[in-house]
Design a protein around this ligand. Sequence first.
Ligand code: FES
Ligand SMILES: [Fe+2]
Length: 321
Amino acid sequence: MGRFPFPIPTGWFAVAFSSELEPGDVKPVKYFGKDLVLFRTSDGEAHLLDAFCPHLGAHLGHGGFLREDRLVCPFHAWEFDGKGKCKHVPYANKMPKKADVPGWLIHEKNGMILAWHDLAGREPFFEVPDVPEFADEGWTDIRTKQWTIKSCNQEMAENQVDTAHFQYLHGSTKMPEATVERRGPHLITKSGTGMSTPAGPVDGTLEVNAWGFGFTTTRFNGIVETLLMSSASPIDEDHVELRFAFMVRKIGKGITGGVGKAFMAEVSRQLEQDIPVWENKIYIDPPVLCDGDGPIGQFRLWARQFYPEGWREGSDVAAAK
Ligand code: FES
Ligand SMILES: [Fe+2]
């Protein structure tokens, strides 16, 4: 057993920012413990397939290219469409049966290409919403950052309800109270907080909306309004790719840019304080909690739905009581 017991969870997870994939691009990516190939056809649609060609196993993302919107294997030029269906074998008189590559379900929204993952192969049982501030004239374009972290989704997501660590790890001046509301796969966490800005510390409210582990919005409302969209995507059972996209409500030339920079710097600073804890900690179940801790048990109850049915039935529930 490793540092944590979790299988790769169910949900929508970013496999790229939209801006990273132009029509005609073919890229190797690694998520969900698998080698995959991501590409964009001329109609603007993104596609994600298992990486290995069923013929003799070439990686379609290393040297593969698009010809008339079909992904051509670099080894013997077999051609696959966006769903992974083998459409053409240039030197075969009879097309082989079973030559298809498994394809993945993709939704592109909020500047991210999100793929659905479920170990049991179930269809999506929830969707990621369109974020209204994204592409709103009153808000800046997104500015992005990303990190590869040796941890897992559940450990990183628990951060939002662990209010006590804000003071002791991040140096917040006060210990915020947090409330959580569980609405199926959607979790809403609200708390008061302080954020340091060039003009000194600013009080405000923090609202975190999570749709599973793979898509989260964090809205900070104080003197300024800022929004962070994030996606934590499992690379394998103990590595996560974390993507952040920052936006600020425009408040006048010059000021907006400064606020945006300060916001990005502050959120990144806090994250980089969390990383060494995440990369070295273990998961304790059940944890020893005290009355000042945030709603960690509630979070753990919510998190259970993103694992295969029947997985560790009954264990974390004790923490919520
Ligand atoms: S390995 Fe892909 S065409 Fe032969
Ligand atoms: Fe943190």
